[in-house]
Design a protein around this ligand. Sequence first.
Ligand SMILES: NC(=O)c1ccc[n+]([C@@H]2O[C@H](COP(=O)([O-])OP(=O)(O)OC[C@H]3O[C@@H](n4cnc5c(N)ncnc54)[C@H](O)[C@@H]3O)[C@@H](O)[C@H]2O)c1
Length: 385
Amino acid sequence: MAKKPLRIGLIGYGFMGRAHSNAFAQVNHFFDLGHQVQLQAVCARNAEAVKGFADRWQYKSIETDWRKLIARDDIDVIDIATPNNLHAEMAIAAAKAGKMILCEKPLGMNGPEAEKMVAAVEKAKVANMVWYNYRRCPAVTLAKQLIDEGRLGRIFHYRAKFLQDWTISPELPQGGAGLWRLDASVSGSGVTGDLLAHCIDTALWLNGGIQEVTAMTETFIKERKHSLTGKVQKVSIDDASAFLARFNNGSLATFESTRYARGHKALYTFEINGENGSLFWDLHDLHRLQYFDHKDEGAVRGWRSIHVSDNGAHPYVGKWWVPGLQLGYEHSFVHQVADFVEGLDSGKPAGPTFRDGLATDYVTDAVLKSAGTRRWEKVKQLKNK
Ligand SMILES: NC(=O)c1ccc[n+]([C@@H]2O[C@H](COP(=O)([O-])OP(=O)(O)OC[C@H]3O[C@@H](n4cnc5c(N)ncnc54)[C@H](O)[C@@H]3O)[C@@H](O)[C@H]2O)c1
């Protein structure tokens, strides 16, 4: 049967623009889907640069004004891969135009903004998804399966961290291309909305909702030159953020993120401890899942390092190569597109939807509030639709 075309209009061709384009280009080669993903158009402000990107990735056309892209009737899906302060305006306009939307994380600059985005996609009844791609690393998906099968039993602890070291130099400017993450007016927050948002999304998915948090944040470098104004300006992002959390299921958690952990580039790890077993995952070794099963016979009981590459037993792996060959970072994005398209095919939307992304924004809002009030803060809970 002929596949239905799914024509993508990508906005932004930076780091994520490349990761998404690779996923769109690869997905139909490996997954049996009812839709054929097509690289229809890419949009960014610099015509020459966007033309170069379109040629490299084989997009059929370009735009330099995202509003024109959204207005086109040969685009089915708007993919938002721009800095955080543009997500809401673009997504709401795309929803009004009846487009399906894939949006980068964090969904909004904060919860109230993300609420408007959720309202827009739900009113327009358009398919929507947030790019919390770590859910689709096969080892993380396997962790979800083991937890859902009840293998860990009652969960006591969740422990996550995401460590980097790229902003330690006080000479590093803030703002502009490549450095917008240091400018709170563009990013919304520092590591809380950037890195901890990933940890929180995974945690909500694996371990359910969070009730309350208590947090501390720090801005180590108080002033930096701004790339766009040339002036030395106050730094308003959180350089480091750590919080304690209590989940709805009674388990306790610690989360930590910083861009000042010398030697660490993208050390995202989580560990979950349950009554019957524990799990540990590390982004630097992303195709492995560490699993401890207390039911094992005492003499051989210990942490297993599962190489998540078994075609028959492990999620997504069978779509790729022969057993034993590992998958990497880019595959998580391919898997996310595959699940999005399968959701369209089956009528059962895959997560994380905008509503799921809003739940993460509610947690980051509470973290930032708690860092200011120095008190425990309740996390706003999602209302039923
Ligand atoms: N899922 C993940 O793991 C992950 C990783 C990195 C970034 N992100 C998210 O992806 C988004 C983009 O991050 P990035 O690292 O790709 O940033 P980037 O700076 O590499 O790319 C941003 C792109 O947006 C474009 N852009 C900016 N303003 C625009 C406008 N007005 N119209 C059209 N294009 C515009 C820029 O030209 C650039 O191509 C952010 O929301 C970020 O939080 C997610």
